[in-house]
Design a protein around this ligand. Structure first.
Ligand SMILES: Nc1ncnc2c1ncn2[C@@H]1O[C@H](COP(=O)(O)OP(=O)(O)O)[C@@H](O)[C@H]1O
Ligand SMILES: [Mg+2]
Length: 294
């Protein structure tokens, strides 16, 4: 697969703050690439430089080997935040306005059909639900049939059902061959959608690989969760080095059989036992000492 977009040593400063600190990565054509990190990590600043909206203070961005130019503008689609809808009245107007930016655009009816917006075409955008607005923004980003699509926290604030819908739509876009760059602070989203992720914190990339490869490289254990009431704290902490959190005792183990034997030895009831694989949230905690959503 060829490299569609490449950033090298990208830097952005705001006064004394280095919001993006020598970030480098490459995106393969047809992949979904995720920038995952907590609020303030530098995700939006990075994606906006890649979209050509913000000017970097250092480093280089190349699209198909060239600096961002005409070809990039014609082939890129940007999903804007809901605030971008404020200047327009109806759904149809928004889409018509957007299609004027491009020499070749998809028909409004076709897009409205694809994103279940038909019955809202003449409706005021301010009266759309969160999920409908998000579908409209995604439709707008597709109006030039982009080869690369940029999405900054596309599902933040959406209910679980609308989030799932958007994930399905992004999968379809990808199946049609488009490349996607998205930012998110939801690790499930990054895990579900992305072929590769770069985890950001304080303007830097602290880990970068395919999600499963990252997990395999960092963890060879699983989490055995016992209801806290089922395992006395002194036994849990002394015998299993359990960490108590909310209603659960979390035991990390590389040998589940042995741990269960050990639990049985202490007459710990196992009815409420759960076993969980380590996830990107654990990885972030391990790398930074803090939680992704904190
Ligand atoms: N226009 C700006 N002026 C000053 N500081 C900014 C500006 N934009 C972003 N920042 C700061 O840069 C850092 C990274 O912000 P941002 O890229 O929005 O992070 P994220 O999208 O990961 O939440 C934050 O500390 C933020 O406060
Ligand atoms: Mg952001």
């Amino acid at each position: 697969m060829s490299i569609i977009l490449q950033v090298t040593d990208l830097v952005k400063r705001f006064g004394s703050l280095t919001a993006v600190d020598r970030v480098s990565f490459e995106i393969r054509e047809g992949n979904c690439f995720g920038l995952l990190g907590p609020n303030g990590a530098g995700k939006t600043t990075t994606i906006e430089m890649m979209e050509g909206i913000k000017q970097p203070d250092g480093g280089a961005i190349r699209y198909r080997g060239e600096p961002l130019g005409e070809q990039f503008r014609n082939e890129a689609g940007i999903m804007f935040q809901t605030t971008a809808l404020q200047e327009f009245i109806t759904v149809r107007e928004v889409m018509r306005q957007f299609s004027r930016f491009y020499p070749h655009s998809v028909g409004i009816d076709e897009l409205a059909e694809r994103y279940a917006l038909h019955e809202f075409l003449d409706q005021d955008t301010r009266r759309l639900s969160g999920g409908q607005k998000q579908r409209l923004l995604l439709a707008m980003a597709q109006i030039n049939q982009p080869k690369i699509l940029f999405l900054d926290e596309p599902t933040t604030g959406l209910d679980p059902q609308s989030r799932r819908n958007l994930w399905n739509q992004l999968q379809q876009i990808r199946e049609q061959g488009a490349t996607i760059l998205l930012t998110t602070h939801y690790m499930e989203e990054a895990y579900e959608l992305c072929d590769e992720i770069a985890i950001m914190d304080h303007g830097r990339i602290i880990a970068h690989d395919a999600p499963d490869a990252l997990l395999e490289a960092h963890f060879d254990d699983v989490v055995v969760q016992i209801h806290a009431a089922d395992i006395p704290r002194d036994i849990g902490e002394r015998e299993f080095r359990a960490v108590y959190r909310n209603d659960s005792a979390h035991i990390l183990t590389g040998d589940v059989n042995k741990t269960i034997e050990h639990l049985l030895h202490f007459d710990i009831p196992l009815d409420r036992l759960r076993i969980r694989a380590r996830d990107l949230e654990d990885l972030f905690l391990e790398l930074t000492g803090k939680e992704l959503r904190a």
